[in-house]
Design a binder for this molecule. Structure first.
Ligand SMILES: [Zn+2]
Length: 340
């Protein structure tokens, strides 16, 4: 089985964005009270939004199951207040649940969290619990920078985050460390802010004691771990100077990178330096980079091609495509085993 650990509902029906637009427009009116969504999206609209996109690419590329979450760039936790974020998040998560119910063989849900700048992360615990226990989701996307590019929150290793980590551990779900849109013009969202955040999160993990304090907690750092594989020697050296654990020991059962690196040399390097027990297959389709690479004639985000070209053994491929995902998402196994 080939599990794509990284997919977002980037093609959601227009009504979802209409609701969001009305939320944002309402913020200009001081008398506005944020409303919960009352979306009138039909099952057919959901099917239409997926059949020509994510499902088509799954079939064409030969992947089986996508771990699916709301559109990351649209989380925009910096917009409005906690209630704005709460209502928006619930609407997005409920729509993912409908996708999973319509296509249980193709998608498993991961939730957005109702984070908001300056608000304690633990305030997202109730929505996480609802998504895991009531909607059957297996993880969450955790935004390390709810300010959208201004980095006003403490590092992920700070006790600020710990009460939410306790809930993740209790529910046995991982978080993909995933920023959202950038309201800082210095950082292009998917080209700079995302990659910065991935790199930043990894460096934070090196310096802190999260995995000593939460031995079973799991984080996925997407986009191939940002700049980390390319600068592996720098991070090894920094960890050594700081008398921190070796990187493979630090990552072990706690930190995973995906394969959302959109060219062969990048994937070659990822597999050369990062332990193979810590790499999950992912494509982030339909996502940030949607074009066809003129050098190869293939979609940039058709990441399975790059993995196939590595010449891995069958058992290594099984690990990258399925085994590691089962380890990173402990609740996935029960869902997969039920399908058999
Ligand atoms: Zn993503």
């Amino acid at each position: 089985m080939i599990i794509d650990c990284h997919g977002h509902y980037t093609t959601a029906p227009a009504d979802l964005q209409k609701y969001r637009d009305s939320q944002i427009a309402g913020l200009k009116d001081p008398a506005y009270v944020p409303q919960k969504a009352n979306l009138k999206i039909s099952d057919d609209q959901i099917r239409d939004s997926l059949e020509g996109a994510q499902l088509k690419f799954q079939r064409e590329r030969g992947t089986d199951l996508t771990i699916f979450s709301p559109r990351a760039s649209a989380m925009a936790h910096h917009i409005g207040n906690e209630t704005t974020s709460q209502n928006w998040t619930q609407a997005c998560n409920d729509l993912i649940k409908r996708v999973v119910d319509l296509y249980p063989d193709n998608f498993v849900g991961v939730c957005q969290l109702p984070q908001s700048p300056g608000v304690a992360p633990v305030n997202s615990a109730a929505e996480l619990e609802r998504c895991v226990k009531e909607l059957g989701f297996i993880g969450c996307n955790l935004n390390p920078d709810p300010s959208g590019g201004n980095w006003t929150a403490p590092p992920l290793t700070d006790k600020h985050w710990y009460p939410l980590y306790e809930k993740m551990v209790e529910l046995d779900v991982p978080a993909m460390v995933h920023v959202s849109s950038s309201c800082n013009p210095n950082f292009h969202a998917t080209g700079a802010h995302y990659i910065n955040a991935d790199t930043t999160a990894f460096m934070q993990f090196i310096t802190g004691d999260v995995f000593k304090d939460f031995p079973t907690i799991k984080f996925i750092i997407p986009h191939g771990g940002g700049a980390v594989p390319y600068h592996w020697g720098r991070y090894r050296g920094l960890a050594q100077d700081m008398k921190r654990p070796l990187l493979p020991d630090m990552m072990k059962n706690n930190v995973f990178f995906d394969t959302c690196v959109y060219h062969q040399p990048g994937i070659d390097l990822l597999f050369k330096v990062v332990p193979r027990d810590n790499i999950l297959f992912g494509s982030e389709m339909v996502g940030a980079v949607r074009g066809i690479d003129p050098e190869t004639g293939n979609y940039y985000d058709d990441t399975k091609r790059y993995v196939e070209a590595l010449g891995l053994t069958d058992s290594e491929k099984k690990k990258i495509y399925e085994g590691n995902a089962r380890r990173a998402y402990p609740r996935l196994g029960a869902i997969l085993d039920k399908k058999k």
